[in-house]
Design a protein around this ligand. Sequence first.
Ligand code: GDG
Length: 472
Amino acid sequence: MSDTVSDTTAEADFVVVSNRLPVDRSPDDEGWRRSPGGLVAALEPVLQSTGGAWVGWPGQSDLDLEPFAFDGMELVPVALSAQDVELFYEGFSNDTIWPLYHDVISPPTYHREWWDAYVRVNERFARAAASVAASGATIWVHDYQLQLVPRLLRELRPDVVIGYFHHIPFPAYGIYSQLPWRRQVLEGLLGSDVIGFQRAADAGNFATAVRRQLGYETKAGAIRVPTADGARTAVARAYPISIDAAVYDELARRPDVQARAREIRAELGDPAVVLFGVDRLDYTKGIGHRLKAYGELLTEQRLDKTEVTLVQVASPSRERVTAYMQLRDEIELAVGRINGDHDTVGHSAIRYLHHAYPREEMVALYLAADVMLVTALRDGMNLVAKEYVASRVDGRGVLVLSEFAGAADELTQAIRVNPHDIEGLKDAIMTAVEMPVAEQRRRMRALRRRVRDHDVAGWSRTFLADLETARR
Ligand code: GDG
C-alpha cells in the first residue's frame, strides 16, 4: 500500500464505506433489494444528490463483482473470500473487537492470524474507496470492522476529507489497553478529520486512550495529530445516531398495521399485559437477565401468569461464532424452563421467536406491547428503543431502558434500569406494568418529541456539517 491511487478514474464527490453494501441479493438471486435500515435512509438522499458511491461487501463470500448503479447510487463491491469472512469478519471483528468494546461481557479472542486478515481487508476497502473518490471528495467510513481505513485512505489520498462513525461503544482505557494492536487501531482512526461516537463518554474514552498510548495532546475533543510537517487536528465527539422517525409514525398510523396489532393481542389470547423484547440474538443485549427477572416475577406471583405474556423476538445473528451458538442454547434453555414452569395448555408465559420479521410486523408488535424491555448490558445506541417510541402514535406504552444503552442519554423519560441488578429490574418491570395511563402519556409525549426532533437525517446533517468545517 505504498503507491498513491491515481484519480483518473475517480468520480464520486461523496463516498460511504461500510462493511456491508446497503443491498441484499433477492431470494430468487435475480438482482438486488435494498436492505432495510436507517443508515441507508439517511445517506441515500445525500448520495443521490451528489452522485455518490457506496463501498462495501455484497454479503456473500467469493463474489467478485464490478461496480454497478442502484437507485441513483454507485455501488462498489469489495470481495471477501470465505477465509476473509472467517478471519476478518467472524474472527477479528466479531470475536475480538465486538466483545472487547462491549466491556468484555464475553471474553475476546486474540489471534495474530485474525489481525493480519483485518489489516489485509482494511487495505482492500481503502483502495476501493480511494479509486472511486473524486479530487477533494468527502469520504465517510463506518464502524468497527474498518478502523484502519481512515489512515490508509489518508496515505493514498491526502486530498480527501475523511469522517469515521463508530456505531458501538468505545471502552474505558483499562479495557481497551488489552488489545495487542491498540496503537495501530488508534492511529488508524486518527487518519480521520472527524471521529464520531454515540455517547460523549465514548469520545472521552477514545481521547484518553490516545493520550495514554500515543501521548498526543487532546483538548475538548480536539486531538493534535503530529504529521511530517507539523500537526493536524482530528475532532472526536458524540453524534448520537437515530432513526427515520417519520417512517415509523406513518406505519403505525396505517389501519392495516393497527389491525394487525389487535390481531397479535388476540392471537396471544388477549392477555391483560403484553411485554415485548426484540434484539439480535447477541450477548450484549441482556436477554438472559430479562428472562431471569421475568421468571422470578411469575414464580413470586407478582405477575399473574394467566394475565401476562412476554413476546421475545430474537433475530438470528452471527450464527457461526461460538459465543453466539452458546448464547442461543442458554436462552432457549431459560425460555423452555420458564414456559415449562408457568404455561397452561391455553397460555404461554413467553412467546419466543427466533426469526426476523418485516418492518410492518415489527411496528404492529411495538403497538401491541404495553411494556418494551430494552435491557442491554452494553449497547452503542439501541435503535429498538427509539423505534418503539416513534411507533406509539397512541401516546401509550412504557419503555424500560438500560442505562448501559447509548439511548439512555437522550430518552430520559424511560424507566431507567441497571440490568445487572435483578431485583431492580423486577421492580422496574412492575412499575411499568402498573403505570397509570396519564403518566404513560406524559412520559411518552416527551420521548416522542425527542425522537421526532432528533432523527437520523439530523444526525447525518450534523456530522457532515462538521466534516465541512474540518475541510475549511
Ligand atoms: C448497532 C449497535 C446501534 C432487529 N430484529 C429485526 C429487526 N431488527 C432491527 C431493529 C433495529 C435494528 O435491527 C437493530 O438495531 P440496534 O440499534 O437495536 O442494535 P444493533 O443491531 O446491535 O446495531 C447499536 C446501531 O448499530 C446503530 O448505530 O444503535 O448500539 O450495536 O432497527 O428494528 N428488523 C426487522 N425484523 C427483525 O426481526 N425488520
